[in-house]
Ligand binder design. Structure first.
Ligand code: XMP
Length: 530
């Protein structure tokens, strides 16, 4: 799959000017550091710890941050970095493992701690010597620690800057060389003045200005895409989701009609979705959209298929076939746009992990085959989802596209449990429309659930309508709260709202006589039922 090539540093440099390079030593919090730097309105890019100096220098960094990591610097083959990181004169901030590396590589001493320090700690600054790193901070403040090793002897030229009850050297610095290390994690919310530490490093130590904003991101991305593409033609698969929508719009802003978007109506979309997406992109955003009616093709393909994994695989392969047909039909296509986001880039690192169990085959329009030999344009690969929504707003995308709920690649096929036919899809579509209308329009909800939809189960149950017996379908409503879809809880919707949805579904949707509400979290369930 093409996503592997997206991890190449070269591709990244084609998108955004990085003012800060973050060298990743495998920390859980690398993304959070990048995000905090952007919140300080400075642009950053995360690179693997062993990135050669030449690649780092190409980014023209004004500051370098070394992340934490799961290893100890004391073991053989501990992850390291190009030695020029510490001798180039560029200001460096090492966090946890990053601080240990600075201490080790500059000639200090570390020991594996007998006392480990996890969670909250009180950081005490040296009142005699307040470092520029801690400017404006109180003498005592709460920080968050997570470490085993400890620095016991400073390298020449360094000063101790802070301590905790358990760690004598909880921060160190060499003002002359602008090398700093903190044992605690300034990027996590529990470190009360963490933002201040990062801002001091960026603004005061490295002299950066808080000038970066989404508007500058858009301008830079447009200029770079133009330079990258030249006169070539570009193709993009629109899924209707926010990522591909924003990526396509950004590329269109750069190269206009050289971009062709392909939107496949699989017949597995929600009520009004195909029309809504086509209208938004053709009529509002003026993109060049080819809408492919593949409804019959998919119905035939899925006839009698009951197994969820089989459904997912068939749908994904068919999508690729259709996309290939379209690409072959367009002359001189040289580039493919993908809406890859930063979390996808990180996940792709571990896609071959032997420890992870496969739960479901997720399909995104990104999963296109390598033999297409198209070069990738991934303008969003350094951003998080909420930042992508912000880019969408800057580009003028309608709010209903920008704020779309996540929708699975295989669409309603994984919400009609068991065999799929046109009739069952129509029942689900009608029930789902009611769920969305009622929740979207509900007064008094503090915030909308993260995702909400209907599921058509393969069960039938007995009911009574008028004076007659019914034997009809069971619909489930699923509404969840979540941060990222990885874990989720069922939304505590008001009973009145649940009652309204239930009444409307059994009254308005032919073939349904019972409605249930799914009260399972993820784990142990998943968000989708298949
Ligand atoms: P699960 O069901 O795995 O869903 O707990 C987690 C989130 O991912 C969405 N989802 C998908 N998204 N392609 C996608 O792009 C897929 O194949 C797919 N399957 C599930 C799901 O809607 C939820 O937001």
């Amino acid at each position: 799959m093409t996503t592997t090539s997206s991890a190449s540093p070269g591709a990244a440099s084609a998108i955004a000017p990085a003012s800060v390079v973050i060298l990743d030593f495998g920390a859980q919090y690398s993304q959070l550091i990048a995000r905090r730097v952007r919140e300080a309105r400075v642009y950053s890019e995360i690179l693997p710890h062993n990135t050669p100096w030449e690649e780092i220098r190409k980014r023209n960094p004004r500051a370098i941050i070394l992340t934490g990591g799961p290893e100890s610097t004391l073991v053989e083959d501990a992850p390291g970095m190009d030695e020029r990181v510490l001798t180039s004169g560029i200001p460096v901030l090492g966090i946890c493992y990053g601080m240990h590396l600075i201490a080790r590589d500059c000639g200090g001493t570390l020991i594996p701690s007998t006392i480990r320090e996890y969670g909250h700690a009180e950081l005490a600054l040296d009142p005699e010597r307040v470092s520029p790193l801690f400017k404006g901070m109180p003498a005592q403040s709460v920080v968050w620690m997570s470490h085993g090793d400890t620095v016991t002897q400073l390298p020449t030229g360094f000063e101790p800057l802070a301590r905790t009850a358990r760690t004598e050297i909880a921060a160190l610095g060499d003002d002359r060389r602008k090398l700093y290390g903190v044992q605690f994690h300034p990027e996590v919310a529990h470190t009360v003045h963490g933002r201040r530490v990062l801002e001091n490093f960026l603004y005061d130590v490295a002299g950066l200005q808080p000038t970066w904003q989404m508007g500058s991101f858009v301008d830079d991305a447009v200029a770079r895409i133009r330079a990258q593409v030249g006169n070539a033609k570009v193709i993009c698969a629109l899924s209707g989701g926010v990522d591909s929508a924003v990526a396509a719009t950004l590329v269109a802003r750069a190269i206009g009609q050289q971009l062709t978007c392909v939107f496949v109506d699989t017949g597995l979309l929600r009520a009004g979705e195909a029309e809504e997406v086509t209208a938004a992109f053709r009529d509002v955003m003026h993109l060049n959209v080819r809408c492919i009616d593949a409804r019959e093709r998919y119905l035939k393909l899925l006839a009698g298929v009951v197994d969820p994994e089989r459904k997912r695989v068939l749908i994904g392969h068919e999508f690729i076939k259709i996309f290939e047909e379209q690409a072959a039909d367009l002359p001189d296509v040289g580039f493919l746009v993908q809406g890859t986001l930063y979390p996808d880039v990180i996940e792709s690192k571990t896609k071959d992990s032997k420890t992870g169990h496969k739960i479901k085959t997720h399909h995104n329009v990104g999963g296109l085959p390598e033999h297409m030999k198209l070069k990738l344009i991934e303008p969003l690969r350094l951003l998080f989802k909420d930042e992508v929504r912000e880019v969408g707003r800057v580009l003028g995308l309608p709010e209903h596209i920008v704020n779309r709920q996540p929708f699975p690649g295989p669409g309603l096929a994984v919400r009609v449990l068991g065999a799929i036919d046109e009739g069952r899809l129509a029942i689900l579509r009608a029930a789902d429309k009611i769920v969305r209308e009622e929740i979207d329009g509900a007064a008094g909800l503090r915030s909308l659930p993260w995702q909400y939809f209907a599921v058509l189960t393969p069960l039938k149950s007995v009911g009574v309508m008028g004076d007659g017996r019914t034997y009809a379908n069971l619909v489930a409503i699923r509404a969840i709260t979540s941060e990222d879809g990885m874990t989720a809880d069922w939304a505590r919707l008001p009973f009145d709202l649940l009652a309204r949805m239930s009444t409307r579904i059994v009254n308005e949707v032919d073939g349904v006589n019972r409605v249930v509400y799914d009260i399972t979290s993820k784990p142990p369930a998943t968000v989708e039922w298949e």
